[in-house]
Ligand binder design. Sequence first.
Ligand SMILES: [Mg+2]
Length: 372
Amino acid sequence: MKIRSFDVYILDLPTIRPHQLAMHTIVSQAIVVGCVTDEDGREGWSEVATIGGASYGESTPEAIKANIDTYITPLVIGKDPIHFDKIMFEISKLVRGNNFAKTVVEAAIIDLAARSKGVPAFELFGGQIHTSLPIAWTLASGNTEKDIEEAQEFLRQKRHNIFKLKIGKGDPFKNVEHVRKIKAAVGDQARITVDVNQAWDEDTANYCIEALEDGGVSMVEQPLPTWNYEGMARLTSRFKVPIMADEAANSVQDVFQIAKHRAGNCIALKPCKAGGLTQTKKVAGIAEAAGLGLYGGTMIESSLGTAICAQLYATIPEMKFGTEIFGPLLFKDNITVNDMQYENFEVVIPTGPGFGMEIDREKVKHYTRSEG
Ligand SMILES: [Mg+2]
């Protein structure tokens, strides 16, 4: 069985409400979808999401597609999909960086390899350890009363009991007060975490994290810019509240440096940051060896990309901080026939062939960005 073709599509999927981050407010999310076919006409599908063009990271949807089409596709044609790790190793020798692009390629090949054997993709990673994982939600209305109402409603529904607030935009001290009020309202029923998306300097972080810790917040994500490893190390040693590295924790080499310098005591995993699923497993191994807590991160993927993350995270022994793979709940529509399931404060790991999602071609066509 050999790979015959690899196609890449850029889709724009509308969200149910604006989703505000420090660098960008998402109202329509750009996702990149990959489709690999073999000589027998079997298909494997994949997805990565990007946030705000080039504002979150270096990989834009346009660059991902161009670099796969031009430089990576010629390297996968004729290869056997079951050798996905070997294929990615060969690609790594000829294509530097491009971690999002590599993830699109590897995940589609893994989906095809697993489908051709009639098994879920997690079987190719040694088997499923978790059948479900804790799932956080992001409160993002910006209005304290509304956010408290939303949190209480999701607690009643048993949908989420971990709530994250994106507080990198606006006045840091007002944002901290907003978070403390929400934590006071939900009390012990829910954990409250914050994500600063690199927006603070170290002085601001010192004041704000002290107040957040005092208010009962249970994790602070990427308070400082990615380059400031030493500042992250100082915050980690000063505060009891766990400091998480996200944008700073990409490759295995990044995570080794974070572990070595203790520039954070936990990290957010995302396959696209590491350059694929096998690389993410290696990142998780380094974190495990260093005693860093793990969190199943999201770039706000739709159902397909979320299923890829879910199946991968299900193979990692300890996900101390749970996950935030709520993307499908934020989109107005879906590009798969089936959808991710959420119940009892957890995301259910899909168990169908491949990553467990059946593609809806009409929807892919409908949301594919027209060229020119
Ligand atoms: Mg983050």
